[in-house]
Design a protein around this ligand. Structure first.
Ligand code: COA
Length: 317
């Protein structure tokens, strides 16, 4: 498998830390120091489906593959307005595709998991061209009365088109069942058999615990995937890390002993866009001419579960 097209889309509204501090007990200084975030993009006038459509159309255009030539659509999303049908069904018509698809929810690790699935489908001969769209709107399920998650999460979409190639060098997925570190609970309907209606609750997070798990497990999984690929940390051109917290990225970088310029970030302006964060970063780096044929990219993401997923891609193969 190899990536042959990329695209991304962000909401037009940018909200600074100072703006959040007008209604939350927080400050620009605290958020910047603890997370590296200065501003985030939040949905206001657009819908998540608009972002998903824009990112997908850009990825399709840059791949040179016609929408009706796609064989499969994989959407990565934690939650959107419709629990059913899947986002892939909603997107199919908007982009002019005719193929089937599926949605996956592996929280913020969705993109690497989608790449793994696409690689497996292509290797099995089940598809030639696959569209992956990661579209997330965590602002719609954060608790905006509290400062813990609402300062971190943001909205966005990133997409890629993949086909057969030799670029996907290694992948490693891990999971430690630990629901309480990060979860979003939906409201359940009352039934004639269970009168006790379950109210939902917005995103609940144990920040410190998650921080520690993210650093230790991601570093471990990065070492595992490097070993699988027969590589050293220094063989990687860029580490495209899930943009969750600049301090998490910095801690992992220090443990690997790699230089800062190998860890590009955009969390400063976009916050944590969940599974969309890596494909958005990838698309922006390509647009800026920073990724070249033969570069080796390591992608690492973690999230609710607790899940972690890492892969290595050689660009242009
Ligand atoms: N603004 C101002 N103060 C805040 C605050 C906020 N938004 N959130 C917490 N605080 C306060 C706390 O009340 C605490 O005060 P105290 O020392 O008087 O008790 C202090 O800041 C430190 O809180 P703590 O939770 O220990 O901070 P932290 O350094 O762990 O940073 C996170 C908090 C959430 C930024 C950090 O734990 C984190 O990023 N965790 C991982 C989250 C993540 O990546 N989630 C996404 C997974 S995909």
């Amino acid at each position: 498998m190899r990536i042959i097209g990329t695209g991304s889309a962000l909401p037009s509204l940018s909200v600074s830390n100072d703006e959040l501090a007008t209604f939350l007990d927080t400050s620009d200084e605290w958020i910047t120091e603890r997370t590296g975030i200065k501003a985030r993009r939040l949905l206001s006038t657009e819908t998540l489906y608009d972002l998903a459509e824009e990112a997908a159309k850009k990825a399709i255009k840059s791949s040179g593959v016609a929408a009706d030539q796609l064989d499969f659509i994989i959407c990565s999303n934690v939650a959107n307005r419709y629990i059913t049908p899947g986002m892939n069904c909603i997107l199919q018509e908007k982009i002019g595709a005719t193929c089937a698809g599926l949605d996956i929810n592996v929280a913020c690790a969705g993109f690497v998991n989608a790449l793994m699935l696409a690689d497996s489908m292509i290797q099995a001969g089940r598809a030639k061209h696959i569209l992956i769209v990661c579209a997330e709107e965590p602002s719609k399920y954060c608790n905006w009365k509290e400062r813990d998650t609402s300062i971190l999460f943001a909205d966005g979409a990133g997409a890629v088109v993949v086909d057969a190639g030799d670029g996907f060098k290694a992948v490693h997925l891990s999971m430690i069942s630990s629901k309480d570190v990060l979860y979003y609970e939906r409201c359940m309907e009352e039934t004639p058999y269970e009168r006790n209606r379950k109210e939902g609750q917005p995103l609940v997070m144990r920040g410190r615990e998650l921080f520690r798990m993210a650093v230790s497990q991601s570093t471990k999984d990065i070492r595992t995937v490097l070993e699988k690929a027969g590589m050293q940390p220094s063989d990687i051109t860029y580490y495209l890390m899930h943009q969750a917290n600049k301090r998490i990225i910095e801690s992992i970088r220090t443990l690997l002993g790699e230089p800062e310029e190998k860890f590009p970030t955009n969390i400063e302006n976009y916050g944590n866009t969940s599974s969309a964060s890596i494909p958005i970063l990838l698309d922006e780096m390509l647009a800026a001419g920073k990724i070249h044929k033969g570069d080796t990219l390591l992608m690492s993401a973690f999230g609710a579960g607790f899940v972690s997923a890492v892969c290595i891609l050689e660009w242009g193969k």
